[in-house]
Design a protein around this ligand. Structure first.
Ligand code: GDP
Ligand code: MG
Length: 204
């Protein structure tokens, strides 16, 4: 749920990068932090959990206009993916306004992607949010590994596994090189701001 800060005339909202452990969520955020430095406000904050980290920083999107005369400030978050951090993962989702689901293209991670998406759906449901209604973008990450002969799932198979019902926009990416990272974020920002615009219009 976005927060309207009348003092600074800012609307603060939250986008979360979700997905199984090691799919590339942190790498996405690190790339954004470096490549879009001008839009980053302040530091990247890292909360260490053993073997993984929850990261976040503030981002001022460009060319999105204002909502009700207010600027929009986005907090970008990652969650720890490993099974044992399910409570942290759930907490980070609280009040989420938009989501990027980072799926791992490695064939061996097929089940992990599906389990993580189910986990996302359930956690959202526990907060009264329907996964079909929240702004959501899918990213098929690690596409670069095909060149090294590492077995990847085809994007068609991934789509069948993850997006048959969701019908979310999909972006292929390589978070290590940054390919597709900006496009994924831009689409998620667009959907999130459209959704906020509707919410703030109804609120009048
Ligand atoms: N080849 C390749 N490796 C990646 C890509 N994205 C992430 N990785 C690697 O996968 C590992 C896990 O990435 P990380 O961002 O920590 O995953 P997280 O657990 O989802 O935050 C790291 O060694 C990354 O360098 C990618 O697009 N291509
Ligand atoms: Mg991480």
């Amino acid at each position: 749920m976005a927060i309207l800060n009348l003092k600074n005339r800012e609307i603060e909202c939250k986008i979360v990068y979700y997905g199984p452990g090691r799919s590339g969520k942190t790498t996405n955020l690190e790339h954004i932090f470096k490549a879009f430095q001008k839009h980053v406000k302040g530091e990247m904050v890292s909360i260490d959990t053993e073997g993984d980290r929850t990261l976040f920083f503030d981002f001022l999107p460009f060319g999105v206009g204002k909502i009700k005369g207010c600027d929009v400030r986005v907090q970008l978050y990652t969650v720890p993916g490993q099974v044992q951090y399910s409570s942290t993962r759930k907490l980070v989702l609280k009040g989420v306004d938009g989501l990027v689901f980072v799926a791992d293209s490695l064939e061996v991670r097929r089940k992990k992607n599906m389990i993580s998406l189910k986990d996302l759906q359930q956690n959202l449901k526990d907060y009264g949010t329907n996964i079909f209604e929240v702004p959501l973008v899918l990213q098929f990450n690690k596409r670069d590994l095909a060149e090294q002969g590492i077995p990847l799932m085809s994007t068609e198979d991934m789509e069948r596994d993850l997006n048959r019902q969701l019908k979310a926009p999909i972006f292929s990416a390589s978070a290590v090189s940054g390919d597709g990272v900006g496009q994924t974020l831009t689409e998620c920002l667009k959907l999130t701001l459209q959704s906020l615009q509707r919410q703030f219009n109804w609120a009048e």
